[in-house]
Ligand binder design. Sequence first.
Ligand code: FAD
Length: 430
Amino acid sequence: MKTAIVWFKTDLRITDNETLVKAISQNDMIIPMYCFEDSHFETTSFGFQKTGSFRAQFLIESLLDLDNSLRELGSGLLILKGKPEVEIPKMVKQYKAHRVYVKREVAFEEKQTESLVQTELWKLQCELLTFSTSTLYHAEDLPFSIKDIPDVFTNFRKKTEKDAVIRKSFDKPKKVNSPEISRPILPTIAALGLDEVTIDHRAVIQFKGGESEALKRLNHYFFETKFISKYKETRNGMIGADYSSKFSAWLALGCIAPRLIYSELKKYESQFGANESTYWLVFELLWRDYFRFMMKKQQNKIFLKSGIQNKDLSMNKFDKVSLQKWINGQTEVDFVDANMIELRLTGFMSNRGRQNVASYFCNDLKLDWRYGASYFEQQLIDYDVCSNWGNWAYLAGVGNDPRGNRYFNIEKQAADYDKNKAYRDLWLNH
Ligand code: FAD
């Protein structure tokens, strides 16, 4: 009898989850589990929580949904809390598992944890098998080796679109053989050391975690409303649920796979037609892939103040007062303030907003960009290590931007994207 553990991380779904599919096909018994990692709930060296309340709430909802889906297949989700290198081996012993299946990590800290767990498992003669499951293009199908991936996005995109193929999604499993797994008791927000929050009623969307919600959102944005056919024209919007897909939070926790979005998009295009907008969503998902592959290529350089460009940013310092004003939305630049208030009260901000507040932080306030990135890490409901730190480094002029320094003229941006001040009124005058 072969027993294996499936260790869920940021892949909280059952559809198109190669890790789960492979574990089922290669073993007799599966024990699905998730570990609330202590390190994810610590304070960073920049003074922010690694996981804030909005994302923690979304995570709890996603885990409950995953447990329900697994139960429908005859299984369930075990919940652990602590250090994975301690907790996972305990489970391996308890269930006499010979293998642990898990998604492959790319970022520095996550890779360190992966390797600590692997070391402990070797001592138990248990193998750790990792699968690359979070990108649209599989790393092995790229037309370059990781070290040769171009440092300019356009070069990466053109060659990848021309020479690589997106793999087919894996179907949802029909059955998962597991021993009896009792209903999980999830930690409360307070038990995670966080404050209870409710998303402000002005939020673009009342995000709810889980694969089921992700699929609902996809169906809404594609088939029910066909908003996807106008995405390219609306994506720079800032108010309301439908100016952009809002897939990011579900993608970040892996409640939905980019490949599934792609295959649904192809279905949509065959029914309702392809246009620049339908293509543009794939273009944006490619940016997501790119930041992930860059993380793999550049490793911890992405987190350095001098970035991958080794640039001298000694002029940009830490300044507690300016930082706090920026966080509170008290900078005296109303467009920045409105966006920062939205982020503080909802855990979300549009892409247009993110670019502006980050540029203001680096170029106008001349602060150390890593503090801004770390605040986003705490606050964003859709925080993703690669997308967040990659975008911040880009805007700070130390990442993958061929132009070197991307300065946003905030007054002009506000005039272009919030002409009648509806967005600023929403967040500053209500
Ligand atoms: P859509 O416009 O509908 O795009 C579809 C999907 O494409 C998104 O869900 C996302 O997965 C991907 N995508 C779009 N733009 C980008 C981009 N610039 N970089 C990477 N992926 C992209 N995105 C995150 O998912 N997590 C983060 O932590 C994050 N931090 C950011 C920090 C800064 C400073 C900036 C400028 C951008 C950041 N982004 C991040 C990218 C982008 O702002 C969000 O993905 C987007 O606003 C989410 O809304 P949406 O799902 O409606 O996007």
